[in-house]
Design a protein around this ligand. Structure first.
Ligand code: UD1
Length: 433
């Protein structure tokens, strides 16, 4: 066993090329394998702080965000070893710092999820406030309010959250608005609190369910994950556990859309169909053929794509993380559609870029109105965030000519070897500088 290197953790040997060039118009055919979920991996990595024993995560995706979390955890003294190919073993018995710097938190907001575990285990934490991001203000006030409800003393000073507690005390906290990482933070903190905690209006995402499963395997007493109300009976300490990370449902849907818009035939493997039921029902309305098996899905694009209108919603609704990709599908659909974004206030940054490629989209508050055009044209475009970069790649796959997408590092945060996977099924994609 050797010290982990999820490629380039220490000194990035090769600077990743920052643009992606796509020659559009090729039909995608073949098999594609979905990676482990980023949003499941990150909170479970943070959960390793709660135990002095080994926590092993299998099927961990090799992504920039995972590497950032590794750097953060190692900076606190957590030992991380690579078990084999895509398994990591975490041991937090040597934690000697409870600090998360602005430099790391600003690169990845999910770093905020170390706050709850540090506070619960060590009674103190100093974690940077994340600040704004491309898709909106994204405050962490509910994370703070929830931890205060468990008895934490919290002060904001010089851009940092300074939190302390003797031992957290179980309590009831009702999220005024559902928050995924907020729920993860309070859930993790409550496992080591004294007495019972109740999280009301909790996030129900499969990634929260899996976090609950890991924590229970570590000896926590949690009931009700996946529902609106989670009950946690605090325990004195947590032990060793291992788990296989669930497949990334956002990557799976992105690939389904890629198959549809290129009028291809794809077998998408390593998926959990129960995690994407609503998106699949919605996508069927565009006329695509979708055949679901236990762990895979076959998709065949229709001759003519019908428009699909929807609102983004918390799970089990249509995820905001696939809004941009579905907008590309609607851009070339035969008719008009409306997409309303209800989770983030500024998540239409991709619209201007899609319009530069010939899409006919107008924005009215939180609703985008799309009139399908017969085809998109290539253009130099700029990725603004993770899911917007996936949408621009999808647009590039169907645009006439070569589309060059700048700031593709956003993509590397959350999609494992996407261009390699797409190349394997017939896309003409390459990195350039
Ligand atoms: C998580 C996901 C992200 C996804 C998002 C919504 C991870 C690592 N990231 O982000 O991919 O797009 O859920 O499904 O899992 N809010 C507050 N105060 C808070 C917390 C949240 O006002 O303290 C608001 C947010 O600004 C947003 C809404 O609540 O409008 C939902 O955000 P939240 O679920 O917290 O998103 P994240 O957990 O950051």
């Amino acid at each position: 066993m050797h010290s982990v290197s999820m490629q380039g953790r220490q000194a990035p040997a090769r600077r990743p090329l920052k643009k992606l060039a796509i020659n559009g118009g090729y039909t995608l055919n073949g098999n594609i394998e979905i990676s482990g979920s980023k949003n499941a991996a990150l909170p479970m990595m943070a959960a390793s702080i709660l135990s002095d024993q080994d926590i092993v995560l299998h099927g961990i995706p090799d992504l920039a965000d995972v590497r950032t979390m590794i750097i953060l955890l190692e900076s606190m003294g957590i030992e991380i070893n690579k078990n084999h190919k895509d398994s990591l073993k975490f041991n937090a018995s040597g934690v000697d710092s409870r600090f998360a710097s602005y430099e790391l938190v600003k690169t990845m907001r999910a770093s905020i999820m170390v706050l709850g575990p540090l506070l619960a285990k060590y009674g103190e934490a100093k974690v940077s406030l994340p600040g704004g991001c491309a898709i909106g203000a994204r405050p962490v006030d509910l994370h703070i309010e929830g931890l205060e409800k468990l008895g934490a003393r919290i002060e904001i000073r010089d851009g940092y959250i300074l939190a302390s507690a003797d031992r957290l005390i179980g309590s009831s906290y009702c999220f005024p608005k559902k928050s995924v990482t907020g729920t993860a933070n309070i859930l993790m903190a409550a496992t080591l609190a004294e007495g019972q905690t109740e999280i009301v209006n909790a996030a129900c995402e499969p990634e929260i369910v899996q976090l609950g499963e890991l924590l229970n395997a570590m000896g926590a007493k949690i009931d009700g994950v996946g529902g609106d109300c989670i009950k946690i009976e605090g325990v004195e300490n947590l032990v060793s556990a291992e788990i296989e990370i669930i497949p990334d449902r956002i990557e799976a849907i992105t690939m389904i859309i890629a198959g549809i818009i290129t009028q291809g035939e794809l077998k998408i493997e390593n998926i959990d169909p129960s995690h994407i039921e609503r998106p699949i029902d919605l996508i069927r309305q565009c006329g695509a053929m979708l055949e679901i098996s236990e762990r895979s899905l076959f998709v065949k694009g229709p001759d003519q794509i019908l428009p699909i209108s929807f609102e983004t919603e918390a799970y089990p609704g249509i995820p905001t993380d696939i809004q941009a990709q579905l907008m590309v599908l609607n851009s070339i659909a035969n008719g008009d559609s409306k997409i309303t974004e209800t989770i983030f206030e500024n998540r239409f940054m991709h619209v201007l870029e899609l319009k530069r490629m010939g899409a006919n989209i107008s924005i009215d508050g939180s609703t985008a109105k799309i009139s399908g055009v017969s085809r998109l044209n290539s253009a130099p475009v700029m990725a603004t965030d993770l899911r917007a970069s996936a949408a621009l790649i999808l647009a590039g796959l169907i645009a006439k000519g070569e589309t060059v997408i700048d700031r593709i590092y956003h993509l590397d945060r959350g999609y494992e070897s996407l261009e390699k996977k797409l190349s394997n099924i017939g896309a003409k994609v390459r990195r350039i500088d």
